[in-house]
Design a protein around this ligand. Structure first.
Ligand SMILES: *[C@@H]1O[C@H](CO)[C@@H](O)[C@H](O)[C@H]1NC(C)=O
Ligand SMILES: *[C@@H]1O[C@H](CO)[C@@H](O)[C@H](O)[C@H]1NC(C)=O
Ligand SMILES: *[C@@H]1O[C@H](CO)[C@@H](O)[C@H](O)[C@H]1NC(C)=O
Ligand SMILES: *[C@@H]1O[C@H](CO)[C@@H](O)[C@H](O)[C@H]1NC(C)=O
Ligand SMILES: *[C@@H]1O[C@H](CO)[C@@H](O)[C@H](O)[C@H]1NC(C)=O
Length: 807
């Protein structure tokens, strides 16, 4: 052997040692590289076809399950296991990895998506996607387990089962915290930005990871709610068979107009513009058919109309729900057939240590029998398998790893300085200043003098993070659970910046006891200003499978507010929550209100900095804050237009604060630069609205400009579109120094004014539109004349009944 060759071997073994082979991650390794599917000269379809042709009927479904499954391997052919996804809604939901020096490196946490929506900054969303994509690769290389210790979990896969881009339909929905807005346009921009950044990195050939947008479609209720009843028998009849409405049982009745204009657009944008390669079908039924058995949804809309080229994963347990909760099929085996024929490629099955656990692996148990009985064509199984396998090839998992850029992702990217600073940047931009009254001659915020920090959230750690957190801090508790000791509290963060005294006021968020009030009042009296940290949590008060019943805060917190106010000091309420909280009382009596959502790992310091005035980077409301009367609205109605209407687009009542609202410590003046009236044709002539934004105050500040259109009678009277009050079609965030002036252009195309008719067709109506550019409280307007003799139909809606393929 030559010296050179020896040297090469030495180098090769060092490279290998740097990335220990924790579990088999690549196919086509030594002894298994002679198959045509390993031939990198062939195209992916040929390779996938060859691989499938070598699998037995029993082996195929092993590759069609995901989640907490140590299976997914066919060792005979050298096909390694693959567990599709962890969640990564704002952090890779995984345990900590280790850096090159053996140090623990926990995934980098961003604020919750509802906070991220309030930033109205696509760079923030993109930067989060980049962090998620590269940390997912790095943790996958290390074989790090998915969330939820202390069970022995298999390593996570290379698919972010995120982002959640369901519509914030109602403030009571338990998962509002996971999604950025009530507006389909914002949801689509967020989805596209995150998806692109997760999937596509520096390698032009391979995917870095897959992003799976969810939950398709109209998953916007958790339950439990009393249902209107209906027989619990096949086939599914009634809104919620089995009497109780949950996300597993509900059969939502949604018009073509609402599907086309509210529930679907973000998915379409994320697929068409973002290039999403994963879509998760939801638990619920839509108009009589469970989403995961809905051929019209998964084949007609997703694949045929939108050109989706990725795979569909069922939400965990959703295949089972087709039979068990929707009574849509007479047997579980028929549910499996229905799911596969509709286009559900991968079942998330909750296997554990190789055994069926909880919901069981229906695909593994039931596919072979259904094929043998002649109830399921093997070609249908192969087509589903091919769609998911194509992605495994595109991820590089059947090519030699050595030459792949992502295989060399350093373990040190996880919570690297660069990633931390991206998360810190994000944490500064989504707080919303709702109220800032003058006390004496100056606004109460930023606070000065002696600060009393009071309230049950003053010392919260875990509660700041929201849900789907991954492991935030190194180490586990004695019980083997995650610890939160590395998360700073508000009290600690304030303590770093200013003189602060503290009283809890309440033992916890739901306490009704007034026992600690006297101490809180005494502490308030000795201060110049009170910061009262109140709100919800995603542990007991709202969250997945848990809708809120009330829109207000728990009674004890309202009583604490009144008690503290009796001390006669100005009160600034800092509110933590996912779904918006109705707070007429605070609006009337609190001097200051800061909406903090779930501000995340760096939330405490970002909040403290904002409240004492070290930063001035406020966001805007991405949702409407309704008053208490919204509690009367029927939670089971998915009709956006039914009185009083849902979201800023259709709500006809007066909200406490409207969508887009948010104040700043500085002042801005907005002026129109372009002509106050414009004309364009229906066939896409482009025009531009130009405005000038001037920071007229004394300090630097961020501002968000939003462009809405309002039709001036252009839509047919009596149509649902005529109920659309206004629609956002562009936004821009800017930072302006004191006195700085910036010209901002908003291109206006006729497609921006496209809406949907009652049949679901996408249409541009000729007529007059008012375009309003606003920062949430002041606005400038331009009248845009869209010329044309008749409505221009851009897309025809294909209804479910026309496409139903009877098998
Ligand atoms: C998958 O891998 C496990 C453990 O490595 C092995 O026991 C099992 O037989 C494999 N399954 C198949 C179908 O090859
Ligand atoms: C769905 O809602 C529409 C109107 O909102 C109603 O006419 C129709 O009967 C409903 N369908 C079912 C199955 O409840
Ligand atoms: C803030 O306070 C915490 C503990 O309360 C401390 O560990 C940390 O170093 C402080 N940070 C700064 C920037 O002062
Ligand atoms: C909240 O505090 C009250 C005491 O005020 C106590 O009775 C209750 O058990 C506590 N709840 C929780 C969930 O800790
Ligand atoms: C938008 O976000 C990026 C990334 O966090 C940040 O660098 C930039 O300053 C933000 N823009 C504004 C105007 O706040």
């Amino acid at each position: 052997m030559t010296t050179l060759r020896l040297l090469w071997l030495h180098v090769a073994s060092c490279v290998a040692a740097a990335v220990p082979e924790t579990f088999p991650r690549y196919g086509c390794g030594a002894g298994h590289d002679h198959y045509p599917f390993c031939d990198t000269q062939l195209n992916i379809d040929e390779r996938v076809h060859d691989l499938i042709s070598r699998l037995t009927l029993e082996e195929k479904p092993l590759l069609m399950v995901a989640r907490e499954s140590p299976l997914g391997n066919v060792s005979r052919l050298g096909i390694p296991q693959f567990n599709w996804g962890p969640n990564c809604q704002h952090v890779v939901s995984a345990r900590c990895g280790r850096g090159t020096r053996g140090e623990p490196r926990c995934p980098t946490p961003f604020p919750q998506p509802n906070f991220l929506g309030a930033t109205f900054n696509e760079s923030v969303w993109r930067s989060m996607g980049e962090v998620l994509g590269s940390e997912l690769r790095a943790l996958w290389i290390q074989g790090v387990g998915e969330n939820r210790p202390p069970t022995q979990l298999p390593p996570l896969g290379l698919d972010c089962w995120s982002p959640n881009i369901n519509l914030v339909r109602d403030p009571r929905w338990g998962r509002n915290l996971e999604t950025p807005s009530e507006d389909p346009y914002v949801l689509g921009r967020f989805g596209s930005a995150v998806v692109r950044a997760v999937q596509y990195g520096e390698d032009p050939k391979y995917l870095r990871a897959v992003a799976t947008v969810k939950h398709f479609v109209a998953n916007s209720l958790e339950g439990p709610w009393p249902g209107p009843g209906g027989p619990a028998s096949y086939p599914g009849t009634g809104l919620c068979p089995g009497q109780t409405c949950t996300r597993h049982t509900i059969d939502v009745n949604i018009s073509a107009f609402d599907l086309a204009s509210s529930y679907m657009p973000a998915f379409k944008t994320s697929v068409v513009e973002g290039g999403a390669l994963g879509v998760m079908c939801s638990y619920n039924s839509v108009n009589g058919t469970p989403s995961c058995a809905n051929q019209w949804l998964l084949e007609q809309k997703l694949r045929k109309e939108w050109g989706f080229e990725g795979y569909v994963a069922a939400d965990t347990g959703a295949v089972g729900d087709i039979f068990k909760h929707h009574y849509y099929t007479p047997t579980m085996s028929d549910a499996v057939v229905a799911a596969l024929e509709a286009g559900t490629d991968v079942e998330s099955a909750n296997f554990k240590n190789g055994r069926a656990w909880r919901t069981g692996g229906n695909y593994i148990r039931l596919i072979p029998g259904a094929v043998r009985d002649g109830r399921l064509a093997e070609a249908t199984v192969d087509a589903a398998l091919a769609r998911s396998l194509r992605l495994r090839f595109r991820l590089g998992l059947f090519d030699p790893p050595a030459g792949q850029i992502y295989e060399h992702t350093s373990p040190n990217v996880v919570r690297s300085r660069k990633h931390l600073s991206a998360a810190l940047e994000a944490a500064e931009q989504g707080l919303v200043l709702l109220q800032n009254r003058e006390v004496g001659s100056r606004p109460v915020l930023p606070v000065s003098g002696r600060v009393a920090l009071i309230g049950p959230h003053a010392t919260s750690r875990r509660e700041l993070l929201g849900n789907y957190n991954g492991q935030p801090c190194p180490g586990l508790s004695a019980k083997g659970e995650y610890v939160y000791d590395c998360v700073q509290t508000l009290l600690e963060a304030f303590g770093n910046l200013t003189q602060v005294t503290h009283a809890a006021g309440l033992a916890n968020l739901t306490s009704g006891s007034t026992e600690l009030f006297a101490e809180a009042v005494a502490v308030a009296r000795k201060a110049d200003v009170v910061v009262l940290a109140l709100g919800l949590d995603a542990i007991a008060l709202e969250g997945e499978s848990r809708d809120r019943k009330r829109l207000t805060l728990p009674e004890g917190q309202l009583a604490l507010f009144d008690a503290v106010r009796s001390a006669g000091r100005p009160v600034v309420v800092v509110l933590l929550n996912g779904g918006a909280v109705a707070m007429s009382h605070f609006k009337q009596y609190a001097e200051g209100i800061v909406e903090a959502w779930y501000p995340g790992f760096f939330g405490a310091s970002a909040l403290a900095r904002a409240i004492v005035g070290q930063s001035n980077r406020w966001g805007k409301l991405p949702v409407t804050i309704y008053d208490e009367s919204f509690e009367e609205v029927d939670m089971l109605s998915f009709d956006m237009t039914k009185a009083p209407g849902r979201t800023y687009r259709f709500y006809t009542g007066t909200p406490l604060w409207p969508f887009g609202y948010g104040l700043s410590y500085t002042t801005f003046r907005l002026q129109l630069l372009s002509s106050p009236s414009l004309a364009i044709g229906t066939k896409s002539r482009k025009a531009e609205v130009a405005v000038e934004l001037r920071n007229t105050g004394h300090r630097e500040g961020d501002e968000v400009l939003m462009a809405f259109f309002e039709a001036q009678g252009a839509f047919p009277a009596g149509s649902k579109a005529a109920l659309l009050q206004r629609q956002l079609f562009a936004f821009q965030r800017l930072t302006l120094a004191a006195g700085q002036v910036e010209a901002v252009q908003f291109p206006v195309r006729s497609e921006d004014f496209a809406v949907f008719n009652d049949e679901g067709d996408k249409v541009i109506y000729p007529g007059t539109y008012e375009v309003r550019i606003t920062n949430g409280h002041t606005a400038v307007s331009v009248l845009v004349q869209v010329a044309g003799r008749s409505p221009l139909v851009l897309e025809r809606w294909v209804p479910a009944s026309e496409e139903r393929i009877v098998v």
